[in-house]
Design a protein around this ligand. Sequence first.
Ligand SMILES: *Cc1c(COP(=O)(O)O)cnc(C)c1O
Length: 231
Amino acid sequence: MAIRESILKVRETIHQTCARIGRNPGEISLMGVSKFHSPGELSEAWEGGIRLFGENRVQEASGKFPPFIQTHPGTELHLIGSLQRNKVKPALSLFDCIESVDRESLILELGKITSEREIPARILLELHTGEESKSGFPGLDQLFKGVELILQFPQLKIEGLMTMAPYTTDEELIRRSFRTLVQAQQEAQRRFPDCGWFCLSMGMSNDFKIAIEEGSTLLRIGTAIFGERRL
Ligand SMILES: *Cc1c(COP(=O)(O)O)cnc(C)c1O
């Protein structure tokens, strides 16, 4: 299916799901996850109305996005994959938000590199909620220790939480994963009311309806928009 049609279909599903459960679709952002896809495909997605893109590798995005952003002003780009400490500097100059902040050593590096910035760097904290790979803070204790560390760096601005549900057809497992993130958000709001916790980045091509039902505010959709990735 063409990218524009796929986007329409995804948007329609978002609207239908929201209508069914009484949510306002305006509170849900749609990200096009463009890893492994070409600049031509990025442009198609842009023409289909996508302004927010996600990439999971600094190196790939560094090649593809600077020229694209030049010709498509208003593009917003998030890093959603694991970030190595030695890539923090290029990542901060390219991405508008780092969604995959998941350990103290990374926070220290982010804090160091952003210390001279005028505008704070936007970040989300990634929580491991059951997905197979081990990305994300393993639990709430580690997550909140991370928040305490971030608070020492005024140039780091927390905007919320991110997670990946396990890749499975078991809806209950997926739902449990998303609920874990919502509970973490509620607890974070209670403990750190001065930080922004408004963003809940959860939901991918195979599970975004469930994510909407559980309160997602940011859907990260790759395959359902761009088709299968050519690895
Ligand atoms: C690849 C990726 C996505 C999109 O996955 P699809 O199943 O293709 O929609 C979302 N989030 C992260 C972190 C990813 O790496």
